[in-house]
Write a protein that binds this ligand. Structure first.
Ligand code: SAM
Length: 350
């Protein structure tokens, strides 16, 4: 097994069958070795610095009905909300004071945010904070809409492909959604010039080791600047309420494999990891991640953006919280960097 890890470190990819072997039969020892190699790889590119992103959960209205997601349109128990521009600007102003230089606007696909409204929000943030990056994560849109977001000043876009396998995709989503279209959106985002992020859930229903190997190979082909992965966690008001959550250990192992595949990728230790394990984000960093995304959404709406049960709403509402986060990372030898934290692959004017 360690031989395969060494080969991945040196060559940054493996044949599908080797990924399948690693994923289906890794041991705690293999995972520890992979984490050590991944940590060294991350440190060679980013030192001991962690980038922070202020996450603003824009809206939990969604026109889609993904079977795994707590804010799917069929969930009649979700209490819906959306943020107006002024509320968003208040979050970014508070975030700026706390040291955030990237804001991530994430939400369901909510038609209320027309292209005009979104571009107004993006340009207002950029006007108030010209030294900050804006990342969007508002799902599948037309190429023209993505272009308008980019022209308004958005820098980055996160759109997980969820699963690269079309048959698996169709077991997680209703027929009106397709993996092929999601992949098309990712290609548009890259063509337009966004720093693009993709990724998948670990342990999603019906997922096989072959699916996961194909997810890695899909990413090898796409070459995204950012990759977000996290364990699937059930939500009690979805068709997958009874499916057990994904494994923290497998997620951490995959974080390490991804770091070895993409030494310079921006790789968050995700909220889902922190939800299943109180020190999940620290473990993510020690497995090769280099980004965390504390929540900057207004306190009143945090409990409503419930993608899955018990979702961690670790707030960054106070300087004290950032100090806590600093202390947690200092304990494992890392430091928060006050910086936009762009992909090392792109040159920016800031
Ligand atoms: N609507 C946008 C989109 O489709 O990309 C962004 C919001 S969507 C809720 C963000 C991510 O949450 C999805 O890409 C999915 O991977 C993750 N997610 C949704 N339900 C989840 C669950 N039950 N467990 C873990 N992650 C989940």
């Amino acid at each position: 097994m360690n031989r395969l890890i060494d080969r991945l470190s040196a060559e940054h990819s493996l044949p599908q069958e080797d990924f399948v072997q690693l994923i289906s039969s890794f041991t705690p020892k293999t995972a520890a070795y992979a984490a050590e190699c991944a940590r060294k790889t991350a440190q060679a590119v980013f030192g001991n610095k962690i980038y922070i992103r202020g996450l603003i959960e824009l809206t939990n209205f969604c026109r889609n009905d993904c079977y795994y997601c707590g804010i799917r349109r069929s969930n009649r128990n979700a209490q819906r909300y959306r943020l107006e521009k002024e509320e968003i600007l208040q979050c970014t102003a508070e975030g700026y004071e706390l040291g955030f230089r990237t804001f991530v606007l994430q939400g369901g696909e909510d038609p209320y945010y027309t292209t005009e409204r979104m571009t107004d929000i993006i340009s207002s943030i950029k006007h108030q904070h010209p030294d900050c990056a804006v990342t969007l994560s508002v799902g599948e849109q037309s190429r023209e809409t993505y272009q308008a977001y980019f022209d308004a000043g958005a820098d980055r876009y996160l759109l997980r492909h969820e699963t690269a396998d079309e048959a698996h995709y169709s077991r997680l989503h209703p027929a009106e959604l397709s993996g092929a279209h999601r992949k098309q959106c990712l290609r548009w985002l890259k063509e337009i010039g966004f720093q693009t992020g993709s990724g998948f859930m670990v342990g999603s229903p019906f997922q096989t080791p072959e699916n996961l190997a194909n997810d890695l190979l899909f990413l090898a082909d796409l070459k995204p600047e950012m990759i977000g992965i996290g364990p699937f966690i059930p939500h009690h008001d979805t068709p997958f309420a009874e499916i057990p959550h994904g494994s923290v250990e497998l997620t951490l192992f995959l974080v390490s494999l991804l770091r070895l595949m993409f030494p310079d990728v921006l790789l968050p230790a995700t909220t889902a990891l922190g939800t299943l394990d109180p020190v999940g984000r620290e473990k993510g960093i020690l497995a090769g991640a280099n980004v965390v995304m504390p929540n900057l959404s207004p306190q009143a709406v945090r409990s409503k953006y419930m993608l899955y049960d018990n979702k961690l709403a670790t707030g960054a509402e106070s300087a004290q919280h950032i100090a806590d986060l600093r202390a947690r990372f200092a304990k494992i030898g890392y430091e928060i960097q006050i910086d936009r934290g762009d992909s090392p692959r792109v040159k920016t004017s800031n």
